[in-house]
Design a protein around this ligand. Sequence first.
Ligand code: SAM
Length: 250
Amino acid sequence: MLPTDAASARRVAGTYDTAEAAVERERTLALLAARPGERVLVVGSGPGQLLSELADVVGPGVHGIDPDPVMVTLARRRCHTRAVVEQRALHGPGSLPDGPFDAVACLQVLEFLPDPGPAPAELRRVLRPGGRLLVLDTDWTSLHWPGPGQDRHHRIRDAWCSTVPRPRLPHELGPMLRAAGFTDEWSERAPMRGPASHGYGATLREMVAAAAPGRCGLSRADVDAWAAAVAACGDEPFSVDRWFLGATAA
Ligand SMILES: C[S@@+](CC[C@H](N)C(=O)[O-])C[C@H]1O[C@@H](n2cnc3c(N)ncnc32)[C@H](O)[C@@H]1O
């Protein structure tokens, strides 16, 4: 679910205006527990909703980075002078702003990186000792859609998972964080659940439908028929498990 062009960037950005995303952000803010005067970095700040809500709490020490120019423009427009927003990407050593930060949030980014291996060490580098890391990633293998035809749902899910470099990253991150110098990790399941026909469910369905044709033996017609059947389910819910993972910089 990383943007590949301006149109997909706007589609991804739209998912963060939904009610489901607002609920998740509320939990994010509670878990991050940022205090006034802290320096907080948001890696992959997207359209900037979290930056803006953090700036309300923390004051001027909020910093966001995102490599996508559409996301950077949207975030700057939303935050004005209340947060620094830079166009840059997390990858290897030295890729993040130096900090030191009291807290770093990296939400829905690591699972999409072609190689997330070097990321934890770079996240650790920019935190002060005792600083807090909060990560959110999805276990895409848990994706459930309403409607008939389990076999078709499973093929669609597998097709989507084949587009995500690490579709089960939440279950692999613990050892990666420990190896990078984090301690006291914890995790919390954060199910994303809502109507399949509108809100976040509709946006996710569109993204899955755009990516699935040609994968797992699925034709464009198969995928269109699946998308129409899911849309017809109205308020019946889709669901997928996300996981918050937190840790402290040693
Ligand atoms: C699925 S969106 C999540 C947006 C935001 N973190 C949230 O949860 O509201 C992923 C974001 O990560 C950004 N991104 C992609 N590659 C990145 C990288 N290497 N470093 C930092 N951000 C990246 C994308 O441009 C996009 O804005």
